[in-house]
Design a protein around this ligand. Structure first.
Ligand code: PGA
Length: 253
């Protein structure tokens, strides 16, 4: 049985003080919804709030992740953040290859792959994002795109421990738009991603790797996605910035 994982991607939102307020509210909201069962909960604040959020989360089961990193451990890379720095702050996860990074900051399959390998060798668990644009979808290229991105991101990663990698299927046209893939369709594409993971590693690892859906996940639609056999959780952007709505996604009523 794969353990569900719900992660909040705060993107470039929240000052350190606002972040501390948000996790304070989140701890209360999660206490209100009670036992969240066997769900792993992760928040991914901006770099500048990671340390404060980690402190504020002490004593809770919520883990922290970063939204990006460089692949080198250290060096002359002005403005970059290394895996060692994230690890030292207590990060467990790091989102890699988010479509906003690919679209606005020039990330490629190759740079995402370097980052995935670096995260794994530094003991950080990547949440690797893949997904097609609207244009690619309309051209019937969804499968080809997610398979290419998945195989490229995972190429050369050691099989040992690879079952701990998390994948996120995020159709680009569904991110921040209020439009979502239908749960059926997300399930179908996620099955294809899982097959690609099996081709890179093996079937056992593919069955253990957790694959999230992301793109306009809200309290109102989370149950549809989680009702699908291939969908192991969600990567939540906008709705993770509100404690009550994120708590309601972690534990749909
Ligand atoms: P959204 O973002 O939930 O605001 O659509 C998801 C994401 O980009 O991870």
């Amino acid at each position: 049985m794969r353990r569900r994982i719900i992660a909040g991607n705060w993107k470039m939102n929240k000052t350190r003080d606002e972040a501390v307020d948000l996790v304070g509210d989140l701890k209360e909201s999660l206490a209100d919804v009670g036992d969240v069962g066997d769900v792993e909960v992760v928040v991914c604040p901006p770099f500048t709030a990671l340390d404060a959020v980690r402190e504020a989360l002490r004593g809770s089961n919520i883990e922290i992740g970063a939204q990006n990193m460089h692949w080198e451990d250290e060096g002359a890379f002005t403005g970059e953040i290394s895996p060692l720095m994230l690890k030292n702050l207590g990060c467990v996860y790091v989102i890699l290859g988010h479509s906003e990074r690919r679209t606005y900051f020039g990330e490629t399959d190759e740079s995402v792959n370097r980052k995935v390998k670096s995260a794994m060798s530094n003991g950080l668990l990547p949440i690797v994002c893949v997904g097609e644009t609207l244009e690619e979808r309309e051209a019937g290229k969804t499968e080809a795109v997610v398979v290419r991105q998945t195989k490229a991101a995972l190429a050369g990663v050691k099989t040992n421990g690879a079952e701990r990698i998390v994948m996120a299927y995020e159709p680009v046209w569904a991110i921040g738009t209020g439009r979502t893939a239908s749960a059926d369709e997300a399930n179908r594409v996620i099955r294809i991603i899982r097959q690609a993971v099996a081709e890179v590693f093996n079937e056992r690892i593919a069955q253990e790797v957790r694959i999230q859906y992301g793109g306009s996940v809200k309290p109102q639609n989370i149950a549809d996605f989680l009702g699908q056999p291939e969908i192991d959780g969600a990567l939540v952007g906008g709705a993770s910035l509100d404690a009550a709505s994120f708590a309601a996604i972690v534990k749909p009523r």
